[in-house]
Write a protein that binds this ligand. Structure first.
Ligand code: SF4
Ligand code: SF4
Length: 532
């Protein structure tokens, strides 16, 4: 555990730490481009030069081990001059693209030049021209002129995905990043190369020119794409609501991975990254009631009155065994818990949770075959995962009321089975966020909020309970599932009443042994494990 002095401050750092890490720990961060804590050290950008007393040259902080007794200066005249010079070299052939570059606003070349630049460049020769706006795969666009050859993207493909699509070709000032002839950047995590590119050389083909980054709002959340539960930031265009294409209010512009040492570190897969588009596909925004003329727009009040009166009749006839509830592993712990409590209070024993219709792709990195975010949460709440059995009972005519929340049962069981259920049950309620085949089969359609519109928690396959938060309000008349269940409970005089997701979770943690002792504060940004 070496102790060193950095800008006059004494710090003790773990054995094996570098000067760069020691500087960060001391509160004197040094700039860097090629260094990334998740990749090997390349030491090629040279911007992290620092002054170490007794050392004749300025060493690069990212590669220099922190040693006992070192005295380091990060802002001496020598260091600041060296940084200016490094920036001049990096910018020799860099185009003056900032006004038209999609990275503007989150470009480390811009940021460092503002902080450390010369502001009076000496280079007045012709710049070397390189290819611009070349698609190098389905998700990534390369502008070779903007590349500073830090090799982060190359190391990512070599060390993390081990797919090796990228390389540095040619020599000298004609060196440029690229894919080998005939190859494409097609690995399952290709979007991460955009995340780690410190400049505008690699941009996201999906996000480019959709929104200037200074208009983006950011919300900490969790990817619902699979049971890994990668930590993400939802970036939405809340600051640009006046624009016609966002007339419905803020929507998701992009997802970015959020660091969590115990889950996804710095990364996320492309399926999760671009999965956000599905949340607005065929979005359900109104309450609908099917009568003889097809679906008609209804109101929350009428729809919940109808559902409540149907359940009350079954209760009075002591026939609650003819009511069934199918929940979803896409729902939050809070949604599942409130549904379970209300169903229990009403005496509905036929409650089951539907998982994904089919397994997804699994790898040995992040992607899991279970493409739902909360299977473990449903299990921890003691809910049955035999939705198929319950659905089959409905298709055999053993149920008169079926209330489906979340899963598109058509996708899971097919249109013929759903049509049969529709004909067998007296009331088929579909509560969900997007119109699948179930909507056509349902008598009542209740619009539910998507994960980006609600507060709550998912439990990933490690048993880690993690927070999701609303980036914006639900579209149209949609509401969070737990809230719909509480409004139904109020009509049936069931004492299950909550004002927000935090209150639901507090009650859940008090009553459910697996969640005992957990609070939103304890879960924080990194999540907390279920009790064993
Ligand atoms: S494309 Fe970006 S990440 Fe890759 S070497 Fe160039 S600057 Fe670095
Ligand atoms: S691995 Fe799973 S949780 Fe992570 S980003 Fe991909 S789909 Fe989302």
């Amino acid at each position: 555990m070496p102790t060193l002095t950095i800008d006059g401050k004494t710090v003790t750092v773990p054995e094996g730490a570098t000067v760069l890490q020691a500087c960060e720990q001391a509160g004197s961060p040094v700039p860097f481009y090629c260094y990334h804590p998740g990749l090997s050290i390349a030491g090629n950008c040279r911007i992290c030069l620092v002054e170490v007393e007794q050392s004749p040259k300025l060493p690069i902080a990212c590669y220099t081990p922190a040693a006992e007794g070192m005295v380091v200066h990060t802002t001496s005249d020598k260091v600041l001059k060296a940084r200016q010079d490094v920036l001049e070299f990096l910018l020799i052939n860099h185009p003056l693209d900032c006004p038209v570059c999609d990275q503007a606003g989150e470009c480390w070349l811009q940021d460092y030049y503002m902080n450390y630049g010369l502001y009076n460049p000496k280079f007045d020769e012709e710049k070397v021209k390189k290819p611009k706006a070349v698609p190098i795969g389905p998700t990534v666009m390369l502008d070779a002129e903007r590349c500073i050859l830090c090799s982060r993207c190359v190391r990512f493909c070599d060390e993390i995905t081990k797919t090796g699509e990228l390389g540095i070709f040619n020599r000298g000032d004609h060196s440029e990043i690229g894919v080998a002839p005939g190859k494409e950047l097609t690995n399952d995590y290709s979007g991460c190369t955009v995340d780690i590119c410190p400049v505008g050389a690699l941009t996201d083909r999906d996000f480019r020119f959709k929104c200037r980054v200074w208009y983006l709002g950011s919300t900490k959340s969790v990817c619902p794409g699979c049971s890994m539960g990668c930590n993400i930031e939802i970036h939405d265009n809340r600051e640009r609501k006046e624009r016609p294409h966002v007339a419905q209010g803020a929507r998701v512009m992009r997802l970015k991975p959020r660091y969590n040492a115990d889950v996804n570190q710095w990364w996320m897969c492309d399926a999760g990254r671009y999965g956000y588009k599905a949340i607005d596909e065929q979005r359900l925004t109104t309450v609908q009631h099917r009568n003889g003329h097809g679906h008609q727009t209804s109101t929350w009040s009428d729809a919940l009155d109808l559902l409540a009166s149907t359940l009350r009749r079954l209760q009075e006839a002591r026939q609650m065994d003819r009511a069934g509830v199918i929940l979803s592993t896409q729902l939050t712990n809070e949604d599942l818990y409130v549904a379970k409590r209300v169903a229990q209070a009403l005496g509905i024993r036929n409650v089951a949770v539907q998982g994904p219709a089919r397994p997804g792709r699994q790898d040995d990195f992040l992607m899991k075959a279970d493409t739902s975010p909360n299977t473990r949460g449903a299990q921890a709440l003691g809910l049955s995962l035999d939705a198929a059995g319950l659905f089959a009972r409905a298709a055999r005519g053993e149920l008169t009321t079926l209330y489906v929340c979340g899963p598109d049962v058509i996708e899971a069981y097919g249109q013929a089975a759903a049509d049969q259920v529709k004909n067998c049950v007296e009331l088929f309620v579909y509560q969900g966020s997007n119109a699948g085949g179930s909507v056509q089969a349902a008598h009542l359609v209740l619009p539910a909020a998507v994960y980006a519109e609600k507060d709550g928690t998912f439990t990933n396959d490690q048993g880690r309970v993690q927070r999701i938060r609303p980036a914006f309000a639900p579209l149209g008349e949609a509401k969070p599932d737990w809230q719909i269940w509480t409004e139904l409970a109020a009509r049936l005089e069931v004492p299950v009443s909550f004002t927000d997701a935090a209150a639901v979770f507090a009650d859940l943690a008090a009553r459910e042994p697996a969640f005992k002792g957990l609070t939103y504060e304890i879960i924080g940004d990194a999540g907390a494990l279920l009790k064993a």
